[in-house]
Structures are given as structure tokens and as C-alpha cells.
Design a protein around this ligand. Sequence first.
Ligand code: UDP
Length: 238
Amino acid sequence: MIPKYRRIVLKLSGEALAGQHGFGIDPAVIRDIARQIADVAKLDVQVAIVVGAGNIWRGATGSQMGMDRATADYMGMLATVMNALALQDALEKLGVATRVQSSIHMSEVAEPYIRRRAIRHLEKGRVVIFAGGTGNPFFSTDTTAALRAAEIEAEVILMAKNGVDGVYTADPQKDPTATKYAELDFMEVLKQGLGVMDSTAASLCKDNDIPILVFNINEDGNILRAVMGEKIGTLVGK
Ligand code: UDP
């Protein structure tokens, strides 16, 4: 069993941690995801994780309520730190050494984001969780995943989706004729406005040649399958 990838960025949306509830953190779900990550880390695959916060707060929601967008976005970035700590806890319960690095300084609970230190942790076999998004409002954690992947020279971004097993020609919930793409290039994603990731993230991956594998996290063992190079989900960009 030789993994296809040796250094990955796993993008976990906040929703993926919420399970059926759609809000907050489901302890059984986070334990399960941690177990799947531990299985991959055991294979000497270097795992960096970017967590979202849609299960707690999204900047767009605050701005729809009349809040200042930047403030609402900072709240979203803070919420990613909560998810990161929950994930760290779940991973460490399984004996996986884990470090959280935040782009917003919070020295009591997380290391600051330092690129070279993050790479050193990965080389030592520690899972690194990137919290706090990019540290800038008006961005997303998808863009954070693209940025960090470029910085640490990850071979791929594994974009874990909640119940969706790839990119479709149309919304399969609404259109029964929708079919799944096995592969796709970034130009098509951008041109057709396919809702896989936001356009900033897609452009960054395109410009830096970072492929993205979109797959369903709800199917047990899928992170491992993705790392082994099995044909699951939709591969964008390679
Ligand atoms: N966010 C931000 N800058 C970043 C990353 C995230 O302002 O670089 C904020 C933004 O408000 C976003 C929220 O954090 O709505 C949560 O991130 P995201 O929506 O990407 O989470 P996900 O959809 O992956 O759960």
C-alpha cells in the first residue's frame, strides 16, 4: 500500500463536523473524522488540515443581519479556532500528535501561524491544524486551504464535502439528469461557476498547480481512499 500523496491539505468544512444537526459539533462525527485522519497519518502521510466554521458562524450571515462585514468575518475566523481545538482534542485522544496554528494570535490556545514551523511539525509526523482562516476578512477557508497548500507545497487539497460525492453538471437534488464529473479543470469551474469552491480559491489553485479532490466525507474510509489515489469524487485540475 503506497499512498499517492505524501503531503496533503484536508479542507474540512464546519458543516462536516456538525453531522445531522447542521449546527455545532457532533462528538460522534468528530471522533469518526479523527479516526479517519489517524488512519492516514499512520501511513507517514503528512497531514495539514484547514477547518471552516459554517457550523458556528458565517460572515455573510452577520452581514445579512446588518453587521459590518469585516467584523462578522472576524467572528467567523474566531469560530474556526473552536473547531480546530475540538479536532485537536479528538485527534490527541487517539494518540495523534497535533498542533493548532492560528493566523489570528491567540497564544494561550494555539501557536501563531509560522510557515517554516508548520512544515517542521509535518516532517516530524504531527498533524497541523490551520485555524483562523487567512487572518483576513472577505476571504474563505477554501481560499485558506489553497493558500496554505501553496505555502507548504502540499501535493493536493482534499476537499471534504458533507454528503456530496463530487462535482455535478447541475444540482443532483434538483435535476435528476445531473451527472458527476470524474475530472475537471479549473477553467471550467470558473467559467461555469460550479459551486465547488469560491473563485478566489479556484484561481489560486489554478495559478499554483494545486489539484483539488472533491469527495464525500460521510462515507467511511474515504480520506484514506483519496490519499491512496483511488478514483473517488471529482479531481479538479489534474
Ligand atoms: N473567514 C474570513 N477569512 C478567512 C476565512 C474565513 O473572514 O480567511 C470567515 C468568513 O466570515 C467565513 C467564516 O470565517 O464565512 C467561516 O469560514 P467558511 O465559511 O469558509 O467555513 P466553511 O464553509 O468551510 O464551514
